[in-house]
Design a protein around this ligand. Structure first.
Ligand SMILES: NC(=O)c1ccc[n+]([C@@H]2O[C@H](COP(=O)([O-])OP(=O)(O)OC[C@H]3O[C@@H](n4cnc5c(N)ncnc54)[C@H](O)[C@@H]3O)[C@@H](O)[C@H]2O)c1
Length: 428
């Protein structure tokens, strides 16, 4: 079977490898020529995906990449894994999906299956994408070609998380579309979870991410309340999670990050307005989570104040730039917000992150582009007035940090179990 995967990023690349390992021939399509070249040379550009895995499948002729969308003609299935960000007004931007639709539509053959995997609001597949595909191909979904939605479930940074073993939800535009999609995915994925429509599948993914966003907001709120009471939220969560039923631990932090949790809930709030529905719970969670960097910076101000230092003119190191432990993904990372807030207050700001040696240019944080991670040694780290732990990478030596810096603000409980002086560590 010839399968095309459009968008060779954090979702599309591992999915391509999984299909290629499952005896399909995979063509990766991307508009980014650098990624296409890297794959064809057997190189990786994502930290947790080993180059050897790509090189082997490329060498066996099971996987290749191209920027030529004309090759869609040769494919029996096309799976779309392109970005779904928010625009500058924090509204859904499905232009990447629609552009992909425009690129593939003229080349679609009768009988082909098109599956969207990008996280999006209910209706994207059967309204927006369908219209573009039908308009550009002259074919009818459900009659001439199959159409489905199947959300990706990635757990970046978790080495135990294997694409093949994560149950996959699938909804089809018609029952026949669902059957075709199941027949394709069952080659590569062990457990399939069929649902009645593309919209139910789209809503399932949003529900999963909204669930996370709301629970993270809850523990962030509890953190603020308990801190004021002199109670350690981490101790409380660790105790509460011993309950064998009815509780699931979520952990506080400096704010939401990544390509999913800060963004996806607002795909639903936007679409809900079309149906005159309010989404107060989701908005409230967003408000609490976006207030976290400000709270953390205020804790840093208090920590410095305790040392008779002003934040203005202090040298502050943000430790961890990626949004999550042990990954190299810094998209939407709250560390950038922390660095901006600290700088606004007059601090001299630097960062250390072994996974982000230099900050790439981004639309959101162009002013940090080309900034380099400072070295990890006593001389460098000892010069900072305060170190703010934003991401708990497991490769970092927190014992050394305790020896090198006498003022640490810890948003991730990374200093738990490390011998420190009274007043040296502030949880935030
Ligand atoms: N990263 C995750 O952990 C994760 C988990 C679950 C779901 N998702 C969802 O999956 C989708 C993709 O996310 P990602 O993290 O893989 O994004 P990514 O930015 O890592 O990769 C997207 C790729 O699509 C390519 N692309 C953009 N426009 C294109 C076009 N018109 N034609 C062809 N290629 C194009 C980009 O060059 C890039 O290589 C998003 O909707 C996201 O919300 C991501």
């Amino acid at each position: 079977m010839n399968i095309g995967i459009v968008g060779l990023g954090y979702v599309g690349l591992p999915l391509s490898l999984q299909f290629a390992r499952s005896d399909a021939t995979v063509l990766g399509l991307d508009i980014d020529a650098a990624k296409v070249q890297a794959i064809n040379r057997g190189q990786s550009y994502i930290k947790h995906i080993p180059a050897a895995a790509i090189a082997q499948l490329v060498g066996e002729g099971k996987f290749s990449a191209s920027t030529d969308f004309g090759r869609v003609k040769q494919l029996e299935a096309v799976i779309i894994c392109v970005p779904t960000p928010l625009n500058k007004n924090r509204e859904p931007d499905i232009s990447f999906i629609l552009n992909t639709g425009r690129s593939i539509a003229p080349h679609l053959q009768k009988g082909v299956l098109v599956v969207l995997e990008s996280t999006t609001y209910p209706g994207t597949t059967d309204e927006d994408l369908r219209a573009v595909l039908e308009g550009g191909s002259g074919l009818k979904a459900g009659t001439d070609f199959h159409l489905a939605f199947s959300p990706e479930r990635e757990d970046p940074g978790n080495p135990e998380s294997k694409v093949a073993l994560i149950p996959k939800v699938i909804g089809g535009y018609t029952p026949a579309c669902l059957e075709r999609a199941k027949a394709v995915y069952c080659r590569a994925i062990k457990t399939l979870v069929p649902v009645s429509s593309c919209r139910a599948a789209e809503a399932t993914k949003l529900t999963e991410n909204i669930f996370r966003s709301i629970n993270i907001a809850l523990v962030n709120e509890l953190k603020v309340v308990y801190t004021a009471m002199g109670i350690d939220i981490w101790e409380v969560i660790n105790a509460a999670k011993t309950k064998p039923f009815g509780f699931m631990p979520f952990y506080p932090g400096p704010g939401l990050g990544g390509h999913c949790i800060p963004i996806d809930p607002f795909y639903l709030t936007w679409k809900a307005r079309e149906y005159v529905q309010n989404t107060r719970f989701i908005e409230l969670a967003g408000e609490i989570n976006t207030a976290m960097p400000e709270y953390v910076v205020n804790q840093a101000v208090r920590a410095l104040n305790g040392r008779r230092k002003a934040i203005n003119g202090s040298r502050i190191l943000v430790l961890g730039l990626s949004y999550k432990a042990d990954v190299d993904d810094d998209r939407e990372s709250p560390s950038y917000v922390l660095m901006d807030l600290l700088k606004e207050r007059g601090a001299e700001v630097a960062y250390h992150d072994p996974y982000v040696p230099v900050i790439k240019p981004t639309r959101e944080h162009p002013h940090w582009a080309e900034t380099k991670s400072v070295p990890w040694d006593r001389e460098t780290i000892g010069k900072f007035d305060l170190v703010l732990i934003a991401t708990r990478h497991s490769c970092l030596n927190y014992q050394q940090l305790a020896q090198w810096c006498d003022c640490v603000v810890d948003t991730r409980n990374a200093m738990a179990g490390i011998a420190t002086q009274p007043g040296q560590v502030w949880k935030a």
